[in-house]
Design a protein around this ligand. Sequence first.
Ligand code: NI
Length: 183
Amino acid sequence: MALREILTTPHPALRTKARAVRHFDQQLQQLIDDMIETMRAAPGVGLAAPQVGVGRRVIVVEYSEESDLPEGQEEGAAESPPKPPKLYVVINPEITRHSRGTELGNEGCLSIPGYYGEVERYEWAVVKGLNRRGQPFRLKARGWLASIFQHEIDHLNGVLFIDRATQVWRAEEGEAMEAMAGD
Ligand code: NI
């Protein structure tokens, strides 16, 4: 595995529609492993192949439930131990169904360092795709996980969160650590 360079705006690769994966070969496996390592090192909660300069429809998402504590629950006060983060690798992802309702949330992006924005996303979405062996599956994501999937799938279409944000702000020095981890 190897770390790959994360491209930042205004790199044109971030604005190019990615092409579907057709071959589940060694090159793809290497790309997926590198994307996982790069996402974790950043650190981020998601990464799309165009962010590392590969114009293919591949996303990785790693989501930890402890990042999304219920309203009013203090960090560390949880009675049950935090669940380990769950890793998702989705090839050729598509949203096949989604909620009517939307909600606003704060997002960042590893390709737009230092900026955050308030973005409206579907409350839940069903994502259909292929796993790294090319087998079809689908999952239903809610809340923040649903937002992450919508954000990453946008990357495959050359869309960035700043295109959808109702407002964008620059993180103050020191504030970046507290803000939501970029994806
Ligand atoms: Ni992003």
